[in-house]
Design a binder for this molecule. Structure first.
Ligand code: F6P
Length: 399
């Protein structure tokens, strides 16, 4: 998936709209600017098609495609003989309509004022300018209509969601995903379980218990999380704590029970570690010597490689979908106690890392990764606890 932001093309092509009040550029009566804006939309459109020609599955053309004429231009482009002969696109318009003045003001303050458009512009002046820009958009705005084909309409940031002619797997997933979005930003804490006995002996998979060092981490981590301002709030109670159904994460999560006996811990099967099939319980060295073909195949393409009778990273990504939807939907901070492969996928989703890099990400034992999603990107803070795992732990991410 890749997003093509028409505003980003404008920022390069019409740099006079940057860093100062520029509402006039968005006035539909300003013919010269309207022409330029159309050109930027066409550039983004062509690049999005190029991305789809090269195997991309979902391209987002992000911009003010808010007139019938602009949307017709998009439809005509994909229906043109040249494009249609190379690409069969399932076009879905996504319209976000907001009547809630408070939400609009919040969005201007939190998002728009941070945009490069208003760098060095005094906040009051920027707010005034952006409201003027909205007024221009409103003058030209034509709601998406049934005769324009498939569309999804989000009203007041998801209070109502309307789907029209949503057909096919991906459009349906997108609609379902949008139903889970919550604009309130909450922190997500990710940690692997404390060191397990399997980690100590360098064996993968299995359902081993924590080592003594792992137990110390579980306690130190729970003590620290409980002290965090995100842990408790009066209206919503304590942060959600999720773990897998495997002994090592359940044992890690149970450290909270010692401090807060009635704490709720949710066990998700979807958070279980990648299933290494016939390689479960073996060390990497054993796999290399006993099954050299498997070892080489995995080294060649770790993302797609599926362990015989087990899973691939791609399988794990797929089974994590409901977890991601719940994380998006949650209005409360969440602590996820899981495993290396699983957390690599979740971390990469929030950090928007390329899919190929997922299986190679370093996520150490005895470390909490705090993700703070922002409007433009997610910030990450890393907390270690001065607790080394056992010396002979041959977990490669620990060296
Ligand atoms: O070694 C710990 C572990 O969580 C294993 O259970 C799992 O098979 C492995 O890490 C996943 O990491 P990688 O995909 O790099 O082998």
């Amino acid at each position: 998936m890749k997003s093509f932001n028409i505003g980003a093309y404008r920022r390069i092509g019409a740099s006079e709209t940057l860093g100062k009040a520029s509402a006039n550029f968005f006035d539909p009566l300003n013919e010269e600017a309207t022409k330029q804006r159309e050109e930027f939309a066409k550039m983004a459109l062509k690049d999005s098609a190029e991305f789809l020609y090269n195997g991309g599955q979902v391209a987002i053309l992000d911009g003010t495609n808010s007139t019938v004429k602009r949307r017709l231009m998009i439809r005509t482009f994909f229906a043109s003989a040249d494009v249609a002969s190379r690409l069969k696109v399932n076009l879905v318009f996504l319209e976000s309509e907001c009547h809630d003045e408070k939400l609009i003001d919040q969005n201007i303050l939190n998002v728009k004022l941070r945009s490069p458009d208003y760098a060095h512009v005094a906040p009051q002046e920027a707010v005034k300018d952006f409201k003027q820009r909205i007024a221009h958009y409103q003058n030209a705005y034509e709601a998406v209509r049934e005769e324009e084909g498939s569309f999804i309409k989000l009203i007041d940031a998801g209070k109502y969601v309307i789907g029209h002619m949503i057909r096919g797997y991906l459009p349906a997933r997108i609609l379902y995903f949008l139903m889970h979005i919550d604009l309130k930003k909450k922190a997500i804490f990710l940690t692997r379980h404390g060191e397990s006995e399997f980690n100590v002996s360098g064996r993968i998979g299995g359902d081993g218990a924590l080592s003594s060092s792992g137990k110390r981490y579980a306690k130190a981590m729970a003590d620290w999380i409980i002290m965090q301002p995100e842990f408790y709030n009066r209206e919503q109670g304590h942060m959600h704590i999720w773990c897998s159904t495997m002994k090592r994460t359940v044992q890690t999560a149970n450290a909270f029970k010692k401090r807060i006996p009635n704490v709720k811990i949710y066990q998700w099967r979807a958070l279980n570690e990648i299933d290494a099939g016939i390689c479960e319980g073996k060390t990497y060295k054993q796999i290399e010597s006993e099954m050299p073909n498997e070892f080489t195949a995995r080294a060649k393409d770790k993302l797609s490689y599926r362990y015989p009778q087990g899973e691939s990273y791609k399988d794990v990504i797929q089974r994590l979908e409901p977890v991601i939807f719940e994380l998006e939907r949650s209005t409360q901070p969440v602590l996820v106690i899981a495993h290396r492969a699983v957390l690599r996928c979740l971390y990469s989703y929030f950090m928007e890392l390329p899919i190929q890099s997922i299986p190679h990400l370093d996520l150490n034992l005895h470390t909490v990764y705090k993700l703070s999603p922002g409007d433009y990107k997610t910030e990450v803070d890393r907390f270690t606890f001065g607790l080394m795992a056992s010396k002979n732990n041959s977990d490669p991410s620990h060296q």
